[in-house]
Ligand binder design. Structure first.
Ligand code: SAH
Length: 384
């Protein structure tokens, strides 16, 4: 049977090499070829013996998802659509900023949670992504950005002020193009726990992407038992999609709240911090006009998070057809943020990036062959 080596973290790759009668250091070599050099052809892995290359070609492949489309936004954001078979596609977004480059990756084809304001939810759910499909997004982005270093920062845009010299310099100094990874694309990462953790191990491994735990963020809608498991198996930075200050409202916006209500969620956040690489949880809070954006909501929120070291990331709602919601007015966002800050909380407003190519938060849609049959009635419901 042919295996896809992109599915393996180092321990599994080492076990695979043992099975085919090879030494453990071969696993590290091949890991570097695949992830440092973006190589998928064993024949070009020049420091492996020819006999080993042949053995690998006969029993294994290095197969990332197929690239369907690449789009570049006016603000430098890039989006890739990748084919994961059977009519399904997933999206990955790269967001360049002055100090860092963040890759936003997907963990499932669609999403089974039904957050009412999210366009991925509207698309329904097909399946979990494999490890190769999750890490393959980083593999592709690394390759695409490596070949085009001038597309890295907003200042390198057409018409923008280009500073080719300094960009080339920072690339040749070996600075990372992708410095941060966030699992904030399509899907609920903690609902695909095992594959996500194996992919995280590959991101953190020096023989692969060598990212620091502090710079890899898993975002969850609040699957409490899986938050505990993540803390115990692979603690990385954690973001929690909060979006409401009380159970009544959160039950509507993030229905998984009915299973894991806020008191349990806050307790899980406190437990997570004990082992987290950062000493705070990031709370994401989508700002929906007239729904969750009043000063009294902010006050309720301050009470809710009293015992949880945290930072707030306010996300102005990104609209999509028939969503039924509107983005909060800028004054409302400002007032909300001021209220949190006056209580001593750190709160930033997420800048909308890449919305001209539908790459902003909650706009990732890919192509989902829905298995839940949810899509149709949702659209009818929204139109009613
Ligand atoms: N399922 C995970 C990962 C998705 S992260 C989670 O819920 O955390 C994507 C973030 O964008 C989440 O905080 C999500 O709630 C938010 N989001 C979804 N739809 C949005 C929209 N239309 N506008 C702004 N933010 C949205």
């Amino acid at each position: 049977m042919t295996v896809n080596l992109l599915d393996f973290d180092l321990p599994r790759l080492t076990a695979f090499f043992a099975e085919i009668g090879e030494k453990p250091f071969r696993a590290k070599q091949v890991m570097r070829w695949m992830h440092h050099s973006g190589e998928s052809d064993f024949a070009r892995m020049s420091d492996l013996a020819k006999s080993l290359r042949e053995k690998l070609s006969a029993s294994a492949v290095v197969e990332p998802p197929r690239l369907i489309k690449e789009q570049l936004s006016g603000d430098g954001t890039r989006k890739w659509l990748l084919d994961v078979g059977a009519g399904n596609g997933i999206e990955t977004v790269f967001i360049p900023e002055d100090e860092r480059g963040t890759l936003c990756i997907s963990s499932q084809v669609g999403c089974a949670l039904e957050c009412s304001f999210c366009s991925t939810a509207r698309q329904g759910f097909n399946r979990n992504l494999s490890v190769a499909e999750i890490i393959g997004q980083l593999w592709w982005a690394n390759k695409a950005l490596g070949r085009d270093p001038l597309a890295l920062s907003p200042s390198s845009l057409p018409g923008g002020e280009r500073d080719e010299g300094s960009l080339r310099e920072s690339c040749s100094r070996g600075e990372r193009i992708i410095s941060n990874v966030v699992l904030m694309g399509m899907g609920e990462p903690l609902a695909n726990f095992d594959n996500v953790v194996t992919a995280l191990n590959i991101m953190l491994d020096d023989h692969a992407y060598g990212l620091s735990r502090r710079r890899v963020t898993v975002s969850t809608s609040g699957l409490v038992p899986a938050m505990d498991r993540l803390r115990d198996t692979c603690p990385v930075a954690l973001a929690v999609s909060l979006h409401a200050p009380n159970d009544a409202l959160r039950d509507v916006l993030v229905p998984v709240n009915r299973k894991y209500p806020l008191a349990e969620l806050m307790a899980a956040c406190r437990r997570y911090i004990e082992k987290a690489p950062r000493d705070f949880i990031t709370f994401e809070y989508v700002m929906l006009d007239g729904v969750n954006d009043s000063v009294s909501h902010a006050r309720e929120l301050i009470e809710l998070v009293r015992d949880v070291p945290c930072k707030f990331n306010l996300i102005p709602f990104n609209p999509f057809p028939l969503s039924g919601y509107q983005r909060s007015r800028p004054e409302a966002v400002r007032r909300f943020r001021d209220e949190l800050m006056q209580a001593g909380l750190v709160a930033t407003t997420r800048k909308t990036r890449g919305d001209d190519i539908d790459a902003a938060c909650g706009q990732l849609a890919g192509q989902v062959q829905d298995k839940t049959k949810r899509t149709q009635y949702k659209i009818v419901e929204a139109a009613a």
